[in-house]
Every structure is written in C-alpha cells, then in structure tokens.
Design a binder for this molecule. Structure first.
Ligand code: OXD
Ligand code: MN
Length: 582
C-alpha cells in the first residue's frame, strides 16, 4: 500500500515483535468497514442494533475493568524526568520500551495486525498531522474510521519519503489490567498502548496524539494543542463569531458546542466546529486560528437527550458505535438521562437482564457513542476549512458553587492565562461521595499535557506575545448555587445569553463593570427567564473572603512547579491579591 521506507520498516519491526498471522493495511473503504463489522458480529464482540430504527449502528460491551481512561497507567516517557513535570507519571524511555516490549512480544499470534494510516485535521491543512496506528482490535479500527480520516487519503498526504508521522502502536495483549500501559514518547513522536480497548486509551489519535504528543510539538513549534470545543455563533445579521472553550469534565462542553438557541433568542444559530480538541495557530493576521483535528464525536451517552442536546441525539441515529449502553427489547439503545420513561426491561451494559427495579445502572456512567461529525445538524460549513476558523473569544469554565461569577472577562491575555491555569471544579456527591472537594485542572489539560505543565503555562504566555490581535479571554461558571444548593442559572441553551455578552465585548460595545477579578457584565438579558434580578446579582457576586481562600489554594497548586512556573502568573496572582485588598 505504500512505498514509504520509514513506514514499511516500522511495520516490519512491529510485526517481528508481535508476530501476527496476517497484516492488513486499512484503506478506509466501505467494503472494509462491512467486512470488519461482519467479522465482529460473527465473533459476538459486536451486536447489530435495529437497522430500521438505527441504520448502521452497532453495540459493543467491554470488560468491566475497561470502561474509562486509566490515568494511573498513563506515562510520559521523556529522557529527563523533569521534562514530564510534577503532574505526569513518568517512566524512562528505556524502561518503558523494555517493559512494554515484553507484553507486546508474540501478543498478536493468531490475530490480524491492522495498519491504519490516519490524518488528524482536515485534508490538505498545513496544521494537520499524520499518524499511523497499528492495532489488533477490529473495534479500534472501526472507531478510528469514525474519529479520524483513514486510509489512502492519509498515505497520500504522508508521501513516499516522509518520516514525519506519529508511530502509534496499540495491542490488546491479554487484556489484563496488570499488563496495561499507555506510554508516550514525545521525543520519538511515538505512542505505545497495551491492555485496553477503551477509546481514550486505545484510539491513539485522540488524547494521545492530539493532546499529549500534540502539546509537546505545539510547545516546540509555536502552537497550542488544547482540550477545547470550538463553536461559531451566528447573530441575526448573519455574522459568525468563533469561540473556543475548555471545561472540566462533566461540565457540558459537548452540549455547549452543539447548543440550540431557545425560542427567545430569535435569529441566533450555533455552528459546531469541534466538541473536544482544538489545535490553535497564530495566523498571518495576528489572530488565533483553530482547527478540530477529529472527524467524529466520542461522547458520553448518559445524560444526553433531546432535552439536553438534540443535535447530539440527531447525530447518533445512524452509523454510530454504542459502547456499554443498555439494549432495549426492540434492539435499540437506552441510557440513564434519556428522554421519557425508562424501558420496562432490557439487557444492561454488562449483558445481564435489567429492569428499572433492579437498582443497577442500565448503561455504564461512561457509556459512549462514536459518531461521524458530518452527521451533526449543527456542523459548521467551516469545520474542514484547512485554515481553520478565527477565534475571537476563549472561555475557561469552572464548576464552583460559590466562587466564580456566571461570567467575567479577564483584564489581559496574561490574566486570561491565569484564569485558565486556575480552572477548578468541585466534586459532586455522584462523583465521589465527598462533596465540594476542589479539583484543579488547568485548561482542562491536567491529564493531557505531554510535557512539564510549568513550561506549558510559559508557552501560553509566549503565544500571547506573538498574537497581535489575541482573542479576549473569559471565565464562565454555569454552576453557581443559592444557599439551598439550587443552581441559579438555567444553563443549556440559555447559555447563549452569556455568549451574546461575550461577543459584544469582543466587538467592543458590551457594557461592563470592573471588579477585582475582571470585567463583569452590566447586564445579561434575562427576558422570559423565570429569574429574579436578585438571583442575577447573586450570580455575579464576587465575595472577597472566598477569593482570598482561593488564592491560598492556588498558591499551593502553583508552588509544585517550582522554578518552572512563569513569573507572569505569580504577578497575576499578586495583582489579584492587591485588588482584593484595595
Ligand atoms: C475525555 C474524553 O475523557 O473526551 O476528556 O473522553
Ligand atoms: Mn475530552
């Protein structure tokens, strides 16, 4: 399939190590998809869903120990430990290659080894990157075909003599969690992942290449690989403003990217460019331009409904792989939080008979859908523009009951970086049992930064120096509560009201009042909302004492980076301390 000597040599080396019975080069054709699907159906590792109601849709159940990313088994393998920084697990490249080689050794005997050339990013974009994933999992191939652009198109883009591709080796081995490792070798542009078939661990174009390896190269080459959604908001005059946003997990990033304006917001439309990852480059015009490197959505099913995210629901009605959801009696799917009544019975994610009375979850809380982005009704006409879209505003989200106001604009780029570096969320009872524990997750990148996070913050500061016309940076918090613990803000589609103020600020005419933490909106339009002006002022309140406690906690977090931490962020921290006491 290729005459590229670097690629051929690498595939030969991997085959020498893993000893597959067969090697199959994925070409990305429909015939290939049908054949792989048929094989998995025959093997019983995939189930066909109701093809009248859900054409092209299949169900997969995974082992119970393989349902989520395993951060404790994820490593950054740089020659020097300090290059991985204090927030990553580190293993030396020598030890990691040795340990994983032992697991990969002869691990594909009796199996087919698939070679998947893929592109992250639009075809012919100067910002796209090529990867080649080797795997012995049909399920992984089928998912990669949705999440990336695979086959001939990627080989053509790579060319016959380029060594510039990420070597992504994945194997199931014996699927023993004690033999599971997800290792990144940024210095070698390589990822090795073994022992898991879960998306975040096994679809190596996603978190591994697009974020960990991507952020490492972004730092070297002067761009940013971020855990951000990208959306375009069209106003009634037809003008579209592009916004990128990072949010802690479970804070509605996908819902925001696919927002449906409520009827009260006449004439507005939202266009989805991406729901999870953004690659951001400085354009010749000094603005920040974003591409979505992915071609699909790997979304959390529970909680997704026609009420919370009608565009996601419309997207997943065909050509979708469902993982660990409940199967209903008529061979469709269900999960907790879907519209309407639960089915009277079904087969749960573990493959057992289920009824609502069983007291068990029908779907795993991290059950997923994998669906092509082009099926999304709100997909932007620009989502595959090779140049990307120009970003006017960056949102950093938080989930804090009493701290951050609904929205504020930061004073400057560096103050915006500080808002991103201090992003945090409080745990809910559902997550851990311990309510209100603050988790820090800078830029939502804590598990995804492929190098020292202190250097990552410096890189953000440096990017600002190169942007003649930087996006304005905002912090949002949809989760502020009243004294009885009730959310003050309705969220979902109504978030558009906040985005309208954000856009007005970008255009230079939104009214604001200065506070110690940044510019607060003078007014957010709450017409037709059953909300009192008192609730609005509570949502925008800045409590100086709560912020002083927060400053102490931020200091503790920042200190772990020692001399790697940028002085500019300490300056922003000190400036806020001063403003709070003046
Ligand atoms: C995540 C995901 O874990 O997108 O962030 O799956
Ligand atoms: Mn994500």
């Amino acid at each position: 399939m290729t005459t590229n000597p670097y690629l051929q040599k690498w595939v030969d080396e991997v085959a020498q190590l893993t000893r597959p019975d067969r090697i199959h080069w994925c070409d990305g054709t429909e015939e290939e998809r049908e054949r792989l699907t048929r094989e998995d159906l025959e093997r019983g590792s995939l189930e066909e869903l109701n093809q009248q109601k859900l054409p092209g849709c299949y169900l997969r159940r995974t082992p119970e120990h393989d349902v989520a990313r395993t951060e404790q088994l994820t490593f950054i393998c740089t020659s020097k430990k300090e290059d991985a920084g204090p927030t990553n697990n580190w293993m030396s490249p020598h030890d990691a290659y040795e340990k994983l080689s032992m697991i990969f050794d002869h691990s594909m005997v009796g199996r087919t080894m698939y070679v998947i050339p893929f592109i992250m990013g639009p075809v012919s974009s100067p910002y796209s990157r090529i990867g080649v994933q080797i795997t012995d999992s049909n399920y992984v191939v089928l998912n990669m075909r949705i999440m990336t652009r695979v086959g001939k198109v990627a080989l053509d883009e790579l060319g016959d003599d380029s060594n510039n591709f990420t070597r992504c080796l994945h194997g199931k081995a014996d699927m023993d969690i004690h033999h599971r490792f997800i290792c990144h070798f940024p210095e070698d542009n390589t990822v090795w992942s073994v022992g898991s078939a879960y998306g975040g661990n096994a679809l190596l174009g996603k978190k591994c290449l697009s974020l960990r390896i991507g952020s490492y190269f972004g730092n070297k080459e002067g761009w940013l690989a971020e855990h951000m959604m990208i959306m375009g908001v069209e106003d009634p005059s037809g003008k579209i403003t592009y916004i990128a946003g990072a949010f802690p997990s479970q804070c509605g990033k996908t819902n925001l990217a696919m927002l449906v304006p409520p009827v009260s917001q006449k004439g507005y439309k939202v266009w989805t460019v991406g729901d999870d990852i953004a690659w951001l480059h400085v354009g010749l015009d000094g603005r920040l331009w974003a591409i979505n490197p992915e071609a699909g959505f790997f979304g959390v099913a529970p909680g997704t409904s026609y009420k919370t995210n009608p565009n996601a629901m419309a997207t997943i009605q065909k050509n979708t792989i469902y993982t660990n959801v409940l199967k209903t009696l008529d061979n469709t799917v269900w999960w907790e939080g879907m519209d309407g009544e639960p089915p009277r019975s079904g087969i749960d994610w573990k493959g057992h008979p289920w009824t609502p009375a069983s007291g068990e979850k029908g779907a795993h809380p991290n059950a997923r859908f994998t669906a092509p982005a082009k099926q999304c009704p709100s997909i932007s006409s620009e989502w595959e523009n090779p140049q990307g879209v120009p970003i006017s505003a960056i949102l950093f989200g938080g989930r804090r009951a009493k701290l951050n106001p609904l929205v504020y604009q930061t004073f400057s780029w560096n103050d915006g970086v500080y808002a991103g570096a201090t992003m945090s969320s409080e745990t809910t009872a559902a997550a851990t049992g311990a309510v209100g524990v603050v988790r820090r997750d800078p830029m939502a990148m804590l598990p995804f930064c492929g190098y020292n996070m202190g250097d990552y913050f410096k890189h953000w500061i440096e990017m600002g120096r190169r942007l003649k016309n930087p996006p304005k940076v905002f912090h949002v918090n949809w989760f502020r509560t009243d004294d009885s613990g009730k959310f003050l803000w309705p969220g979902f589609g109504e978030n558009l009201r906040v985005l309208r103020w954000v856009i007005e600020r970008c255009e230079g005419h939104g009214e604001a009042v200065e506070s110690p933490i940044g510019y607060l909106p003078k007014k957010i339009d709450i017409t037709d909302l059953s909300m009192t002006p008192d609730a609005m002022s509570e949502l925008l309140k800045v409590n100086r004492n709560t912020w002083r406690t927060e400053l102490a906690s931020q200091k503790e977090f920042f200190s772990q980076f020692g001399s790697d931490f940028p002085k500019e962020l300490w300056q922003e921290h000190a400036a806020l301390e001063n403003r709070l006491s003046s």
